[in-house]
Design a binder for this molecule. Structure first.
Ligand SMILES: Nc1ncnc2c1ncn2[C@@H]1O[C@H](COP(=O)(O)OP(=O)(O)OP(=O)(O)O)[C@@H](O)[C@H]1O
Ligand SMILES: [Mg+2]
Length: 233
């Protein structure tokens, strides 16, 4: 997909700091007056949020087979791409998604050990030509992530998996970043939040130089339009 209107995704294992950094980036874009939309996976649409509940928290999820899990993620994604992401990009609104199809490659493919060919085909069916221009993977070891997850939160099914599962997810993200160096940038997520967001912003302005221009001119501009579209769900 042409990078005229950027589509940026954040990936990485639980507790690596995706949602924190998505919010940081949103604040930065808002201050620059860049029109953007935040979304997340699974979810982001009415259908997707219902699927999210089933995948992550519903008691029925306990008996879920890996194939069922794969198809539910793809169902949520198919809806999100067509209902939200593509229409926004077509209108020139930048899209930032907290997880996208790499999560399925990693979790259902590598960690749950489903056929990578099947996962790739289903990902392709769900996203069509809607491939991210840039994917930030936050790399964090399981110990750091577990410590961060001690903060009060509603533990989802993946968080209840053992450390080996976490490490296989981490390894798979690192392999993916090596395989697709043009799209995926691996960032050390163990640093302090500010340091991580600064590094992400450096990567982003190197990929989308028009934002660097805005950033420079906003140092002198008195007002910026409030053009953000907050998470639709
Ligand atoms: N760089 C950081 N240093 C220390 N703590 C952090 C950092 N980034 C995020 N945190 C904290 O770690 C916890 C998890 O962060 P966050 O929710 O952003 O992770 P996540 O990747 O979105 O997790 P999940 O996959 O479960 O949604 C939060 O309490 C957050 O405040
Ligand atoms: Mg999150």
């Amino acid at each position: 997909m042409a990078a005229a209107t950027p589509f940026i995704t954040f990936e990485g294992s639980e507790g690596c700091g995706k949602s924190t950094q998505v919010q940081r980036l949103a604040a930065q874009l808002e201050s620059l007056g860049v029109p953007f939309l935040l979304t997340r996976e699974p979810g982001g649409t009415a259908i997707g949020e219902t699927i999210r509940e089933l995948l992550q928290f519903a008691p029925q999820g306990k008996g879920m087979f890996p194939e069922t899990e794969l198809l539910l993620f793809e169902a949520s994604r198919s809806q999100l791409v067509r209902e939200i992401i593509k229409p926004a990009l077509e209108k020139g609104i930048c899209v930032i998604s907290d997880r996208f199809f790499d999560s399925t490659t990693v979790y259902q493919g590598a960690a749950r050990k489903l056929s990578s060919e099947t996962v790739e085909k289903l990902n392709a069916l769900a996203v069509g030509d809607c491939v991210p221009d840039l994917t930030i993977v936050l790399d964090v070891d399981s110990k750091t992530a577990r410590a961060r997850m001690q903060n009060p939160r509603r533990p989802d099914r993946m968080e209840q998996e053992p450390d080996e599962f976490y490490e296989s997810v981490r390894r798979a993200y690192r392999d993916l970043a090596k395989r697709e160096p043009n799209r995926i940038v691996l960032i050390d997520g163990t640093k302090a939040t500010d340091g991580v967001s600064e590094e992400i912003w450096r990567v982003i302005v190197s990929r989308f130089p028009s934002w660097a221009e805005r950033s420079r001119s906003s140092d002198t501009a008195a007002d910026n339009p409030q053009s953000a579209i907050r998470n639709p769900r």
